[in-house]
Every structure is written in C-alpha cells, then in structure tokens.
Design a protein around this ligand. Structure first.
Ligand code: ADP
Ligand code: ZN
Length: 213
C-alpha cells in the first residue's frame, strides 16, 4: 500500500500512521518528524526550521522535497509500502512527489483525505503530548499515559510541541486551507482521492480505511 495522508492539523494523520504501520508493516514518512530531527541536531538549518515551525508557517518546498527525495533514493524499506504524513503540503510538492514516485517506480495507490470538525481539531492539538524519546502520541484527556508525563511505550518524557498553542494552531489551520487545500483537487483530478470521517477515534478511522481496501 502506497498512500498519502491528507487532512488538517489534528485530523489524526500521525496517530493513524502509527496504527497502520504496525497493521500493514508500512514505512512511515513524516516530514514534520524529519524536520524536528534536524532541529534536535542543533544545526543552523535546524534553527531556521524551528523559527518557521514555531510560527506555524511552512518550510520551503525545496527543503522538504529534498528530504523526501533522499529518503526514496536511500531507503530500501519503502518497497514494502509507505505512508506519507505531512507531505505533500503544496501543489508544487504534490507535482514533485509524482516525479519522485515515477522515478522510483512506486506509483501512489491513493490519497486519503481525513475530514474533521475544527472545534475537535483544536481540542486534539492543545491536549496533545509527544514522547521526546520515541515520538509516541498521547492526549491529556483522550489518551492519557498511565503515569503522568511518562510514555507508556518507552518510559521517555512527554512534552508539548512548541506549535501546539492556540495562536500557532490557528495559523497552521489558515496555512492548511490556503496552501494544502488545493491538493485535494489535485488528487481528485487524478482519480486518486478517498475521503473518510476522522471525527471518531483512531481505531475506528483505521477500521473504516480497512473496509475501503
Ligand atoms: P501537523 O500536521 O500537526 O501540523 P507536522 O508535524 O506534519 O504537524 O508539521 C509541523 C510543521 O512542520 C508544519 O507546520 C510546517 O511548519 C512544517 N512542515 C512539515 N511538513 C512540511 C511540508 N511538507 N512542507 C512545508 N513545511 C512542512
Ligand atoms: Zn516513548
């Protein structure tokens, strides 16, 4: 299965990817995670990326596309299938992705559009906590860890992302509507768009996807 996960911040792309990669043994390519890794290295590029992410605006198409391209040229693991999460985010990125996939001879099966109501998105994002060590996702009320502040999976410390505050979330929503929204049409025109209701819990979303296959 080769799939692009589409949907506004908080639609649950990362949580769904977490379940799907176990269930179907897929590679998970999250450009957000790749960018946060670069920030962790303490490089000057990382510092530039951090400033953009904290504001809620997009990193340049060139930079993220290069990261994805590198992954496709080096990672043999992608042969078993992949989930792209957070990429593409602009029509330019979608076009460049088509080029990358053509070269790799791994055409996309479909883009999954995850729809959810805006009030719910805000609640999911403001309550989200992430494991600093393994990246596992939690939520203060929807999915609390067994021990406060500690990851159930690895015992790492949980933190709140610098862009998960109300002001930055509003900006990310605006950027999504403006820059990422048009990608939905892009995939619809290629007859590769599938849509599902992401207002429900991730296990239910995963089941609706399984029913579609
Ligand atoms: P979410 O989907 O919850 O907004 P991500 O972890 O996918 O979170 O992305 C966080 C931030 O990383 C984005 O707001 C943006 O600044 C940057 N980013 C991630 N992927 C891309 C991309 N494909 N193009 C440009 N910027 C990106
Ligand atoms: Zn962890």
């Amino acid at each position: 299965m080769r799939v692009v996960l589409l949907g506004p911040p908080g639609a649950g792309k990362g949580s769904l990817a977490g379940l799907l990669k176990e269930k179907y043994r897929l590679a998970h390519i999250s450009t957000g995670d790749m960018l946060r890794e670069e920030i962790k290295t303490g490089s000057s590029l990382g510092a530039e990326i951090k400033a953009l992410i904290t504001k809620g605006v997009l990193v340049s198409d060139e930079l993220v596309t290069r990261l994805v391209e590198q992954r496709f040229s080096h990672d043999a693991d992608l042969k078993k299938g992949f989930l792209l999460d957070g990429f593409p985010r602009t029509v330019k990125q979608a076009q460049d992705l088509d080029g990358i996939l053509e070269k790799a001879q791994m055409p996309l099966d479909f883009a999954l559009n995850m729809e959810a109501d805006s009030g719910l998105l805000l609640k999911r994002l403001t309550g989200r906590r992430v494991c600093r060590q393994c990246g596992a996702l939690f939520h203060v009320t929807n999915k609390p860890p067994l021990k406060e502040g500690i990851c159930d999976a690895c015992g790492g410390h949980l933190y709140q992302r610098s862009d998960d505050n109300e002001a930055t979330i509003k900006e990310r929503m605006r950027v999504y509507e403006q820059s990422t929204g048009p990608i939905i049409d892009y995939y619809a025109q290629q007859h590769k768009l599938r849509t599902l209701d992401a207002n429900v819990d991730t296990h239910k979303v995963c089941q609706s996807l399984a029913d579609m296959l």
